[in-house]
Design a protein around this ligand. Sequence first.
Ligand code: BMA
Length: 876
Amino acid sequence: MKIDQNWRIRDFSVGEARDLEVALPDFPDTTWIRAKVPGDIHSILKMNGVIEDPFYGHNDQKCRWIEERVWWYRTSFQWEEELSQGEWMELLFTGLDLYATIYLNGVELGRTDNMFRSYSFEVTRELRKGRNWLAVKFDPLSLHVKEKTKEYWSGFSKERIWTRKTQSQFGWDWGPRLINIGIIGEVHLKKRSYAYMDSPYVRTLSLTEEEASLSIDLEVMGRGGRPATEEEINGMEWEVCLSDGERLLSRRYPVVKGKSSLLFQVPHPKRWWTHDLGEPFLYQLAISLYRQGEKIDRYEQPFGIRTLYVEEQSEGGESRFTFVLNGVPLFAKGANWVPIDSFPASVPDTRYRALLRLVKEGNMNMLRVWGGGMYEKDLFYEECDRLGILVWQDFMFACALYPDYNREFMETVKEEIRENVKRLRNRASLALWCGNNENDWLYEALKSNGEITTPFYGEKIYHELIPALLAELDPSRLYWPSSPYGGNDHNSREEGDTHNWQVWHGNVEPRRFGELQRVNYSVEGVSFKNYAKDSSRFVSEFGMHASANRFTLKQYVPPSRLYWGSEEMAYRNKDLHHEKGILLMEGYTGVPKDLEQYIRFSMLTQAEGLKYGVEHYRRNRPVTSGALIWQLNDAWPGTSWSLIDYSFLPKASYYYARKFFAPVLLSIEHRPGQEVRLWVVNDRREDYEDHLEFLLYDFHGRWERRGEWDVTVPPLSAVRVASLPEAEVLRGFSPDKSVMVLRSREGRAGENRGYFRDQKDLELPPAHLEVVVDERRNEITISTDFLARMVMVELDGPHIVMEDNFFDLLPGEVKKVKVEGRDCPIPWKTLSVTAMNGRGERKMYQEGATGEARREKETGEKMRRSNEEKSLERKQ
Ligand code: BMA
């Protein structure tokens, strides 16, 4: 029975109420605020109009009082069951954030201190026939951490290290401090009968075309959460069923020991693949426990049959970090996942599904669940299994030293790890366990800089506790102590995984153990061109900022403060040293002068920068085997490294990612003055055969072909097709007025384009766009006279996804774009289509749903045109 109805909340100041009174059944609560469970206090208060939207303006600061209060939840429920012999009742909380005390009918059941754990209590005697009252009290965090040591290294906040909750809630470099409080998971009243099974562990031991062999580890538990006795298991049976929708395999096994390991054979198995390599096929697995013919417990979950390991050394003995799925060494393409919202417990499931759908559509095959967030909800892993997306799973420790000398802390951490490993280990998508985010790397670097003088607190967690627990609970996956890790220093490009923060943060790389960690804040120091020097084995973080979309900014920034350079815009950017972003743009687009330019310049720099990096990394396969962008999403409407903003409007970089992460990539490698190299990267399992052509266009439409090649590219490889001297490619074209085009003649792979110069040095002519809108087919057709750079289609709505956006149009090119409103009907009236070098657009509406044919006049010098566009025009 789920207890999710009639919850109410109320706050008190510390010491104001007597706990045992508030917990009593007859304590008056009818005037309390109605509450959603699961959920969180902020969202409940917002829903009830008590606080304004914390994301609007500086409202987050206005809600700081919430974390200083004592919050009570109360509900009552009816319970009428008769218990038979061998039966008992348990009350289960799957998520409490954070310091909670639980009362049933006025009796204190226990206290909690870890939001990453679930808590269950036997309540057989405390339950009453009829109405029962449940109350949960949450203390302010400060009560529990006030007296704790806070003098050693912990990024962003000192108190967070003592609290086992999402660390980024204390404020991070991409989000504000918003401390969640509340019943964040489900509450269940559960009947148990004689015994139950403790999280079965199922894995693929061996896999061939003919047969898969699964091992299933099972444990029977008795009342009180202790292993069942021999007497209790006497006469019990396991039943394992595996169904592929048509075929049902089923076997029964007697329970001979409390802990058993079964083998289960699957003839002609269908494999689970990532979506880019095959079908993520899932069987339905059901395991039941029988006692004297009667089913007493059941576990059910989709299950993917696959093998997966990380190859750390090539056959030739070179260091590698390559995920090998069903024998296929893959290139991991994806991003880092941060909590979906500052208030994740209140986010509807549909939002998770929508974001993960964008991940798949963005051609990503791996996500890293980053260690400053949370072990995600089951739904997240369920979707990753279903969609064929691998998960790099961090344990939740980030950018700090953790008090591993404290016994209570270590005990709760141990339980947290035990529980989450058991919860997630059967997921086909789960690829790797990682001890923490950046703790090993930054500890050593900051110690060498003299900023840290203490021992490496937390070391025992990642280097002793976790590996020992995993050896027992999940030996099937690689455990990687930290990210980045491996080599000299921990962020070494010669081994393991790396975070490339040379770009953006200006870190001077490479560095060795003991050396100073230096930064270079200059155009060259932070430039994305530095990616070209990076031969990492696996890059698990790299990225740069871009503005959120205009619609998102308008939703959350008060109109009077919506301009470039406003204090409010700066407030949205939580990173230190805002000049880094300016330097990055300065090198590529030039420094923005207004909001319009900031949106365009930052988005273009991010998109082109990530393209530059990812194409480089992919061309470097097999030495480099993974590129995970920092970061996929935003937990609030801020300015950050994200590809997709808080309104689920993709930035330019997301649309670029669809192309630069495509399984077959045609790539142009070029640095000014150097030869032009043409590549094909084939991440598929089959040969790629094609006829490629390489063309040069000037911005006004003249074009010439520079070469044609028949290519056969072996599976899982990067091949250089041609190297051409720059002068030979240019022949009569000017480098600041032309663009290279590499395309498949049959259209078998996405076309790629490359400029000879950075954006700021291009001589773009004023282009005129023609836009035809077909509302009935949700499609727009855009064409241009001259090269149109960064054509941006905007509509005033959340979660509008296009077939393509932020693209360049060649002179004379006509492009159709499908538009999808995934949350709302498409607000066509707000449509705007502009190019970076646009000199006005003409829109024509085909007969729309209204039945009217409309035609808009030439908009001419549009208000929204940026100064940049004007100055570019003047140059012509
Ligand atoms: C890495 C991440 C995060 C951070 C990001 C951007 O350090 O692990 O901690 O948000 O870089 O600075």
